[in-house]
Design a protein around this ligand. Sequence first.
Ligand code: SF4
Ligand code: SF4
Ligand SMILES: [Zn+2]
Length: 154
Amino acid sequence: MKKTSAQKKYRTAIVFGKEMIAPCGMNCGCCLGYMRFKDQCPGCRMSDNSKPESCKGCIIINCDLLKTTESKFCYDCPKYPCKRLKNLNKRYSTRYGTSFFDNLTMIKEEGIDQFLKFETTRRTCPQCGSTLCVHRPFCLECGFEKAQEINTSS
Ligand code: SF4
Ligand code: SF4
Ligand SMILES: [Zn+2]
């Protein structure tokens, strides 16, 4: 049975926008922190203080080299991919089946609009149409178990 809005803990009808895409390639729109109603995080690029401490002090969004890039994405940095980004990418690839390097390559080569379309497709539950959270292996609305996510456009 579908939950009523009063019972709901998560927003699951998210329309992804470019402001939600972090410099590292993370789509904050499918983050559990962004999707939850309680203590909702506004997303990496927002300056709001309601971000969790781990993301407020993130060494990537606060990186001095990032500020010098034209695109404000890590792929534009002379040190790309730096060690901190490699570590983050490894964690997300292993734990959540999502490669930030693939995301950044697509943004760079095909543009942000194409990436948003790709994200919308792969983050939509095939069973109920809700937004799928990158941090959970199942749909937060209907429980549909996600297959291994598709990480590249190929
Ligand atoms: S918690 Fe971090 S990754 Fe999640 S939405 Fe906020 S800034 Fe983005
Ligand atoms: S790739 Fe460059 S801009 Fe991104 S975190 Fe590393 S040093 Fe900073
Ligand atoms: Zn679903």
